[in-house]
Design a binder for this molecule. Structure first.
Ligand code: ZN
Length: 107
C-alpha cells in the first residue's frame, strides 16, 4: 500500500446551486427520465412528481389568466384606435369643407 495518495483519485465538485433548500421556489425542474426522478435544478431538492405537476398546472393557469388580461387590453386598445381614427377622419372632413367654403368663387 502506497503512502502517497494519488491526487487523480480526488474529485472536487463545486456546488453550483443558485438557491438553498428552504429558500427556493423550485421553479427549475429537472426530470430524470431513466429513474423517473424529479429534482430542482436550482437547489437540488428532490421533488415529488405530484408536487411538480401541481406547480406546473398553477403556472399554466396563471399564464392563461395573463393571456386573457392581455387579450382584453388589446381589444380595448383596438377599440380606442378605431374611435380616435374615426374622430380624426371627422375632423379632417370638417377642415376640408371649411377650406372649400373659404375659396373665392368666380361669379
Ligand atoms: Zn429548488
Amino acid at each position: 500500500m502506497s503512502k502517497v495518495v494519488d491526487i487523480r483519485k480526488f474529485r472536487v465538485t463545486r456546488d453550483e446551486r443558485t438557491h438553498r433548500p428552504g429558500e427556493c421556489a423550485h421553479r427549475h425542474i429537472k426530470l430524470d427520465r431513466h429513474g423517473g426522478i424529479v429534482t430542482c435544478g436550482n437547489c437540488g431538492a428532490a421533488l415529488s412528481a405530484f408536487w411538480a405537476l401541481e406547480m406546473l398546472s398553477e403556472q399554466y393557469a396563471s399564464a392563461l389568466a395573463n393571456i386573457a388580461r392581455l387579450d382584453q387590453r388589446l381589444t380595448q386598445a383596438n377599440d380606442l384606435i378605431a374611435a380616435l381614427s374615426a374622430a380624426l377622419d371627422d375632423r379632417q372632413t370638417i377642415q376640408k369643407s371649411t377650406l372649400m367654403s373659404d375659396v373665392p368663387t368666380l361669379d
